[in-house]
Design a binder for this molecule. Structure first.
Ligand code: FE2
Length: 354
């Protein structure tokens, strides 16, 4: 299985690395510059407005690689230098519009997030990693695919880390089958106080589960520990703690943990039910225009596969090719539902978000 990679596998082939050449990049830049309007709502753009030229074939291959093969891909060469931060945000949004149905990402039901230090306390009951500069635990995001585009690197740190959940699962079974049994049982995760009105403040699902011959991986230590302070969540057992510690030990083995810096103009695509990701802490430049800034999309792709039934509470739908995942949050209004409907129609996907 290509997603069961180790570092040597990533180094021995570049079939997961892609590049947009300069002339395609220029075409993309011109398309974005002609469509950008400072006050236009991103949700009002249509995928057919953007001209990606042949760069779309490259991005499509990268999406396929991340979604159905290695679980991870990189595309280099977005036209970063010629675009300001808002134009680059529109470019990032346009990629999501063409690739699937973007999902909301938090309390404010925002469909695209600037991954930027806003001073958030990651370990707080309502803490989130993307708006802090902290070192993060290995985790999955709440959608089939995450697309990150890099506008600025940090002054120091902010290294991207990925470890294959599939590989970790294989080692767990081989080395500690007793703990693998525990990992197949439900763990409780906090929603970090971002639950929608119809959701509980926590959800539960196993760390690993098989469905229709596919393995589904899920992990987020910060949310498991945060859930321990929520009424109604059972206390972690000694064996559960041991499983968590052993899993993190596997994930951080040098031969399994892939580290890289995203450079301005890079896209990173991750399959969240196969990969666990993380990031080192970072220091920003003084100048606001130079501070670390990535744009993040959570995506329901049209060619998604069936999830285990236990994921229903987490993704709200387990059916293949449906609009699923995301953090619906507390500002999901008619504009959001209209966007979901229009975009799912464009993608010929079924909608099932509430
Ligand atoms: Fe993440």
């Amino acid at each position: 299985m290509p997603s069961a990679w180790e570092i040597e596998d990533l180094k021995s082939t570049n079939d997961w690395c892609f590049e947009i050449d300069e002339s395609d990049g220029n075409l993309l830049r011109d398309s974005i510059k002609s469509l950008f309007e400072q006050d236009r709502d991103l949700l009002s753009y249509s995928p057919s407005e953007f001209d990606f030229g042949s760069s779309w074939e490259i991005i499509e291959k990268a999406l396929l690689e991340a979604h159905h093969r290695k679980g991870l891909s990189i595309v280099r060469g977005l036209p970063r230098e010629d675009l300001n931060q808002d134009e680059f945000r529109l470019l990032s949004w346009a990629i999501g519009l063409k690739a699937g149905v973007a999902r909301p990402q938090g309390l404010a039901s925002q469909y695209i997030s600037a991954v930027q230090d806003a001073g958030t306390d990651y370990r707080a009951a309502n803490g989130r990693g993307y708006s802090s500069n902290a070192e993060l635990d290995f985790h999955v995001d709440v959608a089939d695919l995450t697309i990150l585009t890099c506008y600025n690197k940090a002054k120091s740190g902010g290294q991207s880390i990925i470890s294959s959940g599939v590989t970790a699962h294989n080692y767990l079974i081989k080395e500690r089958p007793d703990l693998a049994e525990i990992a197949y049982q439900h763990f409780y995760f906090s929603r970090q106080q971002e639950q929608a009105p119809d959701e509980k403040p926590f959800y539960s699902l196993p760390l690993f589960e098989e469905e229709s011959g596919n393995l589904f991986c899920n992990w987020n230590r910060n949310r498991v520990q945060s859930a321990q302070n929520i009424e109604g969540v059972p206390e972690l057992s000694k064996l559960q703690n041991e499983t968590m510690n052993f899993l993190d030990e596997i994930l951080t083995r040098p031969e399994l943990m892939y580290t890289m810096y995203l450079e301005p103009g890079d896209i990173q695509i991750i399959n969240n039910y196969r990969m666990f990701h993380s990031r080192t802490g970072y220091l920003d430049f003084e100048n606001d225009l130079q501070k670390r800034c990535l744009y993040r999309l959570w995506l329901a792709p049209p060619d998604s596969i069936r999830l285990p039934e236990s994921w229903k509470d987490f993704y709200r739908s387990v059916e293949p090719s449906t609009v699923r995942g995301g953090i619906i949050g507390q500002s999901y209004d008619k504009t959001c539902s209209d966007f979901d409907k229009t975009q799912s129609k464009f993608m010929s996907m079924k909608i099932n978000t509430s």
